[in-house]
Design a protein around this ligand. Sequence first.
Ligand code: HPA
Ligand code: ZN
Length: 336
Amino acid sequence: MTSDADFIRGLPKAELHLHIEGSLEPEQMFEFARRNRITLPFASVEAVRAAYAFSNLQDFLDIYYQGAGVLMTEQDFHDLAMAYFRRVAGDGARHVELFFDPQTHTDRGLPFSVAADGLLSGMAEAARTLGVTSKLILCFLRHLDEDAAFVTLRAAAPYLDRIAAVGLDSSEIGHPPSKFAKIYAAARDRGLKLVAHAGEEGPPAYVWEALDVLRVDRIDHGNRALEDPALVRRLAAEGMTLTVCPLSNLKLCVVDDLTLHPLKAMLQLGLHATINSDDPAYFGGYLAQNWVSTAGALGLTREDLATLARNSFTGSFLTPQEIAPHLAAIEAYVAA
Ligand code: HPA
Ligand code: ZN
């Protein structure tokens, strides 16, 4: 029998929770800083990596927003996306639904188009040259107010035919989903799909709000939903996809040890969980590493792994016609 790592790499899979700014490797940070004539507050790549010790989400966000400051041109965003796609193609990903944080860039004075055009051209090149398809998700920063989200949605107007969904990220506690009720209604009116980070650090009540107030199509993270049995029943009954990020949870101290991660329990409760990398340059592993580490820590079976692979496509925003061949490829792979 092949090793778990080989089995996982070959298994057709999708990534549904990836912040493209979180794929910025320290080496690339220095390269972009050099070509954009930006001085970094770090002496070396090693010094950057040494700073990646986080005790919670906010610790990480502070350094993540600082890192994103080296991204200045369409070419930077294109190159960032292609570097990520090359890695994830090697991990056996066939499809990716990636987040970007336009407000992080427009608040630094970049036009909305710089990040959007650079990422979209990288996505087109990845489909052409690597066979990895993708969809773009515009995230609103929840530490900012809803008016700022409306400014961003207006700036995105010329791009809405190439944006699949809106999401909600950044500091969760103190910024409940209900703060964004109107912008989510507006996004829904424009035909966009809806996702939101909820239950990463925030309480089960935030997951309820994401469902009932925002009316999301997917929950990003969702770990703390397990504290509320009625919520678990609701998520299972609706077949709601959870985009779970095990190595992120470990690095941000959402779990104390990977052996204590709730992913296996989620599957046993009938929840449609998936495995994702979140911000792989900061959290110590891309997609396949998340799968391999989690499988090892939790003793996931081949059947669990196949279920996770199926969930990654059925939870995507691909059409049923687009999903069917991926599911067939999983069955063929598992049978072989
Ligand atoms: N949580 C919230 N906001 C984020 C994250 C995350 O894991 N990554 C990038 N922005
Ligand atoms: Zn995230």
